[in-house]
Design a protein around this ligand. Structure first.
Ligand SMILES: Cc1ncc(COP(=O)(O)O)c(C=O)c1O
Length: 442
């Protein structure tokens, strides 16, 4: 890529509110970085961050933004939580990392035991990896090989749902919404699965039943983001849908996979969405808030019957997966500390309080022409617009209001840290009401 193609619009550091020039590392390094989900030629430049604390992001020019996103929904205890930091620092002094092949360490095994105890039913075996997408790939491999190990190799497809998002790796893309712009380009190259509407109404339920009737014999399982389809548009459904999926999976002897990478760790109001729905999936994926947003870590957790199909004297029945940094000791230490915080601090009560504040704070948007829907579940608040306009300028407007909010698709949303102060939350919702009103008026 030629330097002249990287004409960055340094919107934030150079606008009139900026207190100084962008730092040298920013100007020099940005020319060499390839940023996520961005048309690099036209994208507004990212904001240079030098520090985080609590629910604040500190920019290079000294300004502080109140964070409405919690770093893609990970930093559930706020940034730099002293308890998490201390746990990671202690582990850093002893052993930052050791490979998990042929070796095991306390932080990983303690975490595996705790996750097995926290998740419902006999979700008992934890396979660690380092990102959500990989956790989903592993879930898919587990499900396909479950059937192969049981002598049914034809069962290797998945039933997944429109509006779903499970990650950016090949397998994860193949079960995401094929109509979603993001991965459309790759759709013809991906393995074909059955992607249908969630059975939310009679017509969709009939389509779901028909799909199972026709294709169950080639399906390894059903995969869903329970209660909230996140990156696909923050769409909500209720527990009854998940109970129907469980019943149908049992009827056709399919594995049910819950991707709780977004919903896990209290985001929807209970520790796990599966718990709220009263459904035990056969495989569960977790990541994002698993380490309280400190370090990358993911887990794919299997029920006993899934694990048992791999338990054999035959090496060919083993799960052949092992990411280099799986069960990283620093990340596991952060995750154990994060679980301590969930035990010791009133996170579920805080989520309930955030829910109420989001309802009240975003309610004025309901009256705006051009607002399609305002919805809240747990610590997720969404304003969906008919026509969102230019996302980049909307994001810049939020920054000018002193908040970090990152609209996508047709939605403006908040997923703050559970520790956010009432006034900070009020500033976030106030900024949304103001900016949405202005954007509709223009
Ligand atoms: C439900 C769900 N699954 C999987 C992923 C992919 O996780 P990662 O970005 O860590 O690969 C995401 C990320 O947003 C997600 O929300």
């Amino acid at each position: 890529m030629e330097a002249k193609n990287i004409e960055w619009k340094l919107a934030m550091p150079r606008d009139e509110e900026s207190k100084g020039p962008a730092p040298v590392w920013y100007e020099a390094g940005l020319r060499h970085a390839w940023l996520p989900y961005s048309q690099m030629k036209t994208a507004t430049a990212p904001l240079p961050v030098v520090r985080t604390h609590g629910c604040r992001i500190v920019l290079a020019d000294g300004r502080e933004l109140i964070d409405g996103v919690a770093s893609w929904w990970t930093a559930c205890h706020g940034y730099n939580h002293p308890y998490l930091r201390a746990a990671v620092e202690r582990q850093l002094a002893v052993m930052p990392h050791v490979m998990f092949g042929g070796l095991a360490h306390e932080q990983a095994l303690v975490l595996a035991r705790r996750l097995a105890a926290l998740t419902p039913g006999d979700l008992d075996r934890v396979f660690f990896s380092e990102s959500g997408s990989v956790a989903v790939e592993i879930a898919m491999k587990m499900a396909i090989q479950f059937w192969r190990n049981r002598g049914v190799p034809a069962r290797r497809k998945f039933l997944a749902f429109r509006g779903g998002y499970h990650g950016d790796t090949t397998g994860a893309m193949s079960i995401g919404d094929p109509g979603a712009g993001m991965h459309k380009l790759f759709a013809p190259l991906l393995p074909a699965h059955h992607i249908i509407d969630l059975p939310l109404d009679e017509e969709a339920a009939a389509g779901f039943a028909q799909c199972l009737e026709r294709h169950a014999c080639e399906l390894a399982g059903i995969i869903v983001e329970p209660l909230v389809q996140g990156a696909g548009g923050m769409r909500f459904h209720d527990g009854a849908v998940l109970q129907l999926l469980r019943k149908s999976a049992d009827r056709y002897d399919l594995l049910l996979i819950f991707d709780e990478i977004f919903t896990g760790f209290a985001r929807t109001g209970s520790l796990f969405a599966c718990e709220a729905a009263g459904v035990v999936p056969d495989i569960l994926t977790l990541s994002k808030a698993l380490t309280g947003g400190m370090l990358p870590l993911a887990a794919t957790i299997a029920r006993k019957r899934v694990f048992d199909s791999f338990w054999s004297d035959d090496p060919a029945r083993a799960l052949m997966h092992g990411p280099t940094f799986m069960a990283n000791a620093l990340a596991c230490a952060a995750a154990n500390a994060s679980l301590d915080l969930f035990e010791r601090e009133p996170r579920l009560r805080q989520v309930a309080g955030i829910s109420t504040a989001l309802e009240g704070g975003l309610a004025p948007c309901r009256g705006f022409a051009g607002v399609k829907e305002v919805r809240v579940k747990g610590a997720i608040g969404v304003v969906e617009l008919d026509n969102i306009g230019d996302l980049d300028s909307l994001r810049a407007r939020f920054a000018q209001e002193g908040v970090f909010i990152r609209p996508f698709g047709s939605i403006v949303y908040l997923t703050p840290a559970f520790t956010i102060a009432q006034e900070e939350l009020a500033t976030l919702t106030g900024a949304i009401v103001k900016v949405v009103a202005q954007s509709i008026a223009t």
